[in-house]
Design a protein around this ligand. Structure first.
Ligand SMILES: Nc1nc2c(ncn2[C@@H]2O[C@H](COP(=O)(O)OP(=O)(O)OP(=O)(O)O)[C@@H](O)[C@H]2O)c(=O)[nH]1
Ligand SMILES: [Mg+2]
Length: 213
């Protein structure tokens, strides 16, 4: 009797899983260097899985290879989505090693960092063409939105018809101006947040569950 009940329970668990779980959606976090992509990816990963993705830094191009966190389950307002988060290197139009010399870096290290960053940018573009189901574009709300965006990257995103959310980050800073961002990209929804302080994360998760389910 007990054995039969156990067996019936295990079968019903397997059937439940087969019908309720779909493949994780792969969500790429894109945006310029220093916008807070890794800070956001780490916060999402910590909130839902308990561990982080990678190091954050005030020096641009800290992330130079795409990093992935798989099977992050996010649930909000009765909507549940399982995502693989891909934190990508910041994408600019050019990577100049002289930029790093301002951060007290030896020339040799700066040149290596910029070479790695350029490769990472190419890798981020490659991911986008092959392997991403949705895009989170992180911008720094204290900066001019147009000059932060790489037109080639936006072009690829729009040609693929992927779901896109724009995250206006760093709203904890006094100079933040979210409207400037939402006005610049009216075709996409803009969600404001502070990845560092964890401000407005409820809405962030609600939108992720809504857009990428
Ligand atoms: N004030 C404030 N600072 C933030 C916020 N999010 C990130 N930062 C800071 O911005 C800097 C860059 O953050 P990262 O998460 O490393 O930025 P990134 O976009 O991953 O940068 P790359 O990997 O270089 O492309 C760090 O000093 C963070 O602490 C935020 O919401 N508010
Ligand atoms: Mg990073």
């Amino acid at each position: 009797m007990g054995l039969l009940t156990d067996l019936r329970d295990s079968i019903s668990r397997v059937v439940d899983r087969l019908f309720s779980e779909s493949e994780p959606k792969r969500i790429g976090i894109y945006g310029p260097p220093n916008a807070g992509k890794t800070t956001l990816a780490n916060r999402i990963a910590r909130d839902w899985t308990g561990d982080a993705i990678g190091p954050e830094s005030h020096i641009p191009h800290e992330t130079r290879r795409a990093r992935r966190k798989e099977n992050v389950e996010i649930e909000r307002n009765g909507k549940k989505v399982t995502i693989d988060i891909v934190d990508t290197p910041g994408v600019t139009t050019k990577v100049d090693y002289k930029e790093f010399l301002d951060h007290d870096m030896e020339k040799e290290d700066a040149v290596r960092r910029s070479r790695e960053a350029t490769e990472g940018v190419a890798e981020a573009m490659h991911w986008l063409r092959e392997d991403v189901d949705g895009v989170v574009y992180v911008l720094d709300s204290t900066k001019d939105p147009i000059s932060q965006v790489n037109t080639m990257l936006i072009g690829i995103i729009e040609s693929q018809d992927l779901p896109v959310l724009i995250f206006a980050n760093k709203i904890d800073l006094e100079d933040a101006n979210v409207e400037r961002i939402s006005n610049a990209y009216p075709q996409h929804e803009t969600v404001e947040l502070s990845a560092l302080e964890g401000e407005n994360m409820d809405e962030v998760y609600a939108k992720i569950a809504e857009y990428f389910a």
